[in-house]
Design a protein around this ligand. Structure first.
Ligand code: F3S
Length: 397
């Protein structure tokens, strides 16, 4: 194999198989992708994040691949986290989804834990370890990638799940794309002219921005305050309808000031309430499931849910997808018990979007997440209703 990319002595040995076949495979994949993207060398990363760990996404072929890695007894070389898994083993679902599917999901989780991956499975890895400005990461999970680049100024490309796993095993990635400063400049100005904003509206706006900004790096200005929950849902939605892996948000992104004067040269798109539309066939109006937490909820979102519920019990449960870390924090504040008492059901470490909800008999899911609205019909095979948290609480009553 002729290698054009510069390799250190250790990398050469790894590629030659001196440290085992799994490491050789992992570094070969990184080198090949790096060469295809014009990288000169590999760089160290401090954190890898793996996506695609639902058994319903990767199937038996993916499980077989993970078993091969498991047999090598290899461990990840850097701090590594992984996305949430399917809800196949939740006790209310298991009889419908099947014990075999649950067992396979558990096996995937165990393999990842044995590889040394963090026990918290979440699509918000930045709450486990906050990235630093300029830090090189190899993250999969589009909503986390765009958040890391935009909010922290960390550097990660939008990796596929397997490539992020390879990077975790090697502790390196290729120096190309968003790891290079010259590729992180804004290419489009998006001006939000709004009268109000909530996370659901931010989701809708994000889906629209994504459709317009395919492949570009939007510099986003807003005339209304963007709170961190709205930013999370906005970014997740942009990354849903586009391959955009980074934006620059005025007042939020560390590099926003650097590019502020530069924006007058950019093509400008104005988004107001009138231009925010999202039409699709799979809409419904009578939800048989209500869920929040796509991406996983923050503590702040739980506190808002508590406020909206206002000590009144709900008739229909509100399911909450959440990371172990936030669940632990909320437990210590007695928030979990309080919300459970009001009818909220927690699904730690899981993702409903990658769970075949139709098998449980669910036909219509109400959520406040634009990303979930986009993917639920495709992956969970259900219809969707997008609503604000306040309206979701009303539905649950
Ligand atoms: Fe997270 Fe699943 Fe949504 S991984 S971002 S809850 S689709």
């Amino acid at each position: 194999m002729v290698i054009k990319l510069y390799l250190t002595k250790w990398e050469e040995k790894a590629l030659a198989g001196e440290y085992g076949s799994i490491l050789a495979l992992a570094i070969k994949v990184l080198v090949k992708v790096g060469e295809a993207l014009g990288a000169e060398r590999l760089i160290d990363i401090s954190h890898a994040h793996i996506s695609g760990i639902s058994y319903f996404n990767i199937g038996d072929a993916g499980l077989e691949f993970l078993r091969d890695i498991a047999h090598s007894n290899y461990k990840v070389k850097v701090f590594t986290t992984a996305n949430p898994y399917s809800a196949a083993c939740i006790k209310q679902f298991i009889q419908f989804i099947g014990i075999d599917n649950c067992k396979k999901q558990l096996e995937i989780i165990q393999i990842l834990k044995n590889l040394g991956i963090h026990r918290d499975f979440t699509c918000t890895p930045y709450i486990i370890k906050e990235p630093r400005y300029g830090e090189h990461l190899a993250w999969a999970e589009s909503s986390a990638v765009i958040y890391a680049n935009t909010v922290y100024g960390a550097k990660t490309n939008r990796e596929g799940g397997p490539l992020a796993l390879m990077a975790a095993l090697v502790g390196k990635t290729y120096l190309a794309g968003l790891h290079l400063d010259e590729n992180r400049e804004p290419t489009l100005l998006v001006e939000l002219r709004l009268t109000k904003l909530n996370p659901m509206l931010a989701s809708l706006i994000g889906l629209n921005i994504g459709k317009i900004t395919q492949g570009s790096i939007p510099y986003i200005k807003s005339n209304v305050h963007l709170d961190m929950i709205s930013i999370k849902t906005l970014l997740a939605a942009i990354a849903t309808t586009s391959d955009t892996a980074m934006t620059i948000i005025e007042g939020i992104s560390p590099d926003a000031k650097k590019y502020c004067s530069y924006t007058s040269r950019l093509e400008k798109i104005i988004i107001d309430e009138g231009s925010v539309k999202y039409e699709r066939d799979e809409l419904c109006s009578e939800p048989d499931m209500i869920f929040i937490g796509c991406p996983h909820v923050s503590l702040e979102e739980l506190k808002i849910l508590e406020r909206e519920l206002g000590n009144k019990k709900i008739k229909k449960p509100i399911w909450v997808c959440i990371s172990n870390s936030i669940m632990g924090l909320a437990e210590r504040m007695n928030l979990v018990n309080k919300l459970k008492g009001l009818g909220v059901v927690f699904a730690p470490n899981t993702c409903f979007v990658t769970t075949p909800l139709h098998k449980i008999g669910i036909k219509c899911v109400a959520t406040n997440s634009g990303k979930a609205m986009y993917y639920l019909p495709k992956l969970a095979k259900v219809k969707v209703l997008l609503a604000s948290l306040r309206d979701l609480v009303k539905m649950a009553r």
